[in-house]
Design a protein around this ligand. Sequence first.
Ligand SMILES: C[S@@+](CC[C@H](N)C(=O)[O-])C[C@H]1O[C@@H](n2cnc3c(N)ncnc32)[C@H](O)[C@@H]1O
Length: 614
Amino acid sequence: MPHTRLRPTFPLTEERLAELNAIVPEALADGKINWDVLREILGEHLDDEGAQAEHFGLFWPGKRAARHLAVVPSRGTIVPVAGEGVREATTRNLFIEGDNLEVLKLLQKSYAGQVKMIYIDPPFNTGNDFVYMDDFADPLGDYLRKTGQSDERGKLLTTNSRADGRFHSNWLSMIYPRLRLARGLLREDGVIFISIDDNEVHNLRHIMNEVFGEEAFVACFVWHRRQIPDSRNESKVSTDHEYVLCYRKSVTPLRGLDRDPGLFSNPDDDPRGPWTSTDLTGLATKDQRPNLHYVIKDPSTGRKYSPPPERGWAISKERFEQFIAEGRILWPPKPTGRPRAKRFFNDNKNETTSLSSVLEDVAFTQDGTKEIQDLFGEKVMSFPKPSKLIKLFVQQASDPDSLLLDFFAGCAPTAQAVFELNREDGGARRLVLIQLPEPTPEDSVAARAGFATMAELGKERIRRVIKKMTKERAPEGKEDLGFRVMKLTESNFKRWHDYAGSDIDEVQTFFEQVETPLAEEWTPEGLLAEVMLLEGFPLDSTVEPFAGAQKSGVSVVTSEYSGHRLLFSFDKELQDKVLGEIEFAEGDVFVCLDSSLTDAQKIRLADRCNLKTI
Ligand SMILES: C[S@@+](CC[C@H](N)C(=O)[O-])C[C@H]1O[C@@H](n2cnc3c(N)ncnc32)[C@H](O)[C@@H]1O
């Protein structure tokens, strides 16, 4: 088995090339695309005018750069922050503080194809929104500067004002790479919901059609959010709704709504239970469906119901007779009346009705505000989404054990929605939230209440929801009423630069870097999280000391999503005795410091496992 040096690279482009290679291997040779072959294969589907062709689609200045941004690997990592969460040792829920573009990149390997449902509520681009302008040259450095994590301080966000000539372009360039990365995380049966308003709904649909495909469109829900119309508008139109765009990755439908048992009753004590009366008249003329035009006779009275309805019956004569035999027909008192049928509630217990694309009485914005006021005693957030709205989407598109994601978490209504739904249906849904440490506006209620950033507010909301729910009832069974906090930061590895110069001192430094690739500030917890992400292990994987080598410092990482284990030790030295005790299974990876092994140990270990040294 191989021995390789572990380095912080996420092969985003390589993975897409591998996908291309799987579909059209003949168009790739030595990892390079042969355009002529690819053109031949694509044949009639190709825009034959070449680069100058006019395409259908949405274009804006900066689109190419935005597309590229999605594939530039992040040079950051995500490190755990102990002490800010609740039930940290056991929970699988995560709150990641950072810019979602970088974080989504870092999650690409470990969470690829695992998220069942994504809900996001990005800035709407109202003209007053703060939009995080990505620095194409150095996104992580820019983020660290802006959040004061590096020496230079910077302003975190810039208002995207309508006066800016690139008003829409700025927003589109922000959202586009994030949606591309989000798609990579969705399961094949995954669904994404995006809250948006009139400012960008049309552009967002174009982008979603491009990133997910037009056929992936499920609905553009219209959410009635404002109960009392706003009469201050100059246009004299009160916009009382927002939209929620819904796309799915493949053909999985939403769940729909359970039938309302209130519509069924049992006035005649039918032993088959509550029923409702249904119409049996049809929709087709005699010419169109002659077999649905027939005369019906009540066998108990001999009364005939003739002529049949103008558009015939809804069911065939045989089925009608079966209904008569089963005592399902409700005979009218007059021969001019129409027989109807009993439909029992128990007939199709699991049958659901469709969810309306107009979300009328789900919840209103003021319900979201009330939730915040109830939890904090004051309005620390303007226009938060009501958790009930998000709960509806979670109900519609997740299973009780699903992994869910919200990467514009704000004050974390999604956490409340997921916790409450889990409690209601006994589910064990897990959640990853991502939120920028966006400073709360100076002199805002939130700032005065001591919340310097939106991330602080989001975390506190989760803590308060957990406290309230725990007070009502301690968590039971698989219920996960906790969360861990993680933070986007500089990699534990030194920043790698290819060296092309000839200065002897620089060459010396360069080689030292190769010798010790870890940054001075590296920590074992941070390095472990980084290694897990690099090796494709989700951050909620189980980490345990290696049984049998308790004092060895060797630990084992396992995950339901991985067929092999990740074993690691960041100790300075590794004893033969310890290494000898480890029984490696097929595919197991062992990660340790390069300096902790002798050359002979490396050779022996590489024989037994997939050895990766740092
Ligand atoms: C419309 S608010 C979301 C509100 C949330 N649904 C709620 O009800 O509180 C959008 C949030 O996304 C955050 N945000 C904006 N850009 C971001 C980025 N690049 N990464 C992570 N979060 C971001 C903002 O700080 C803001 O809190």
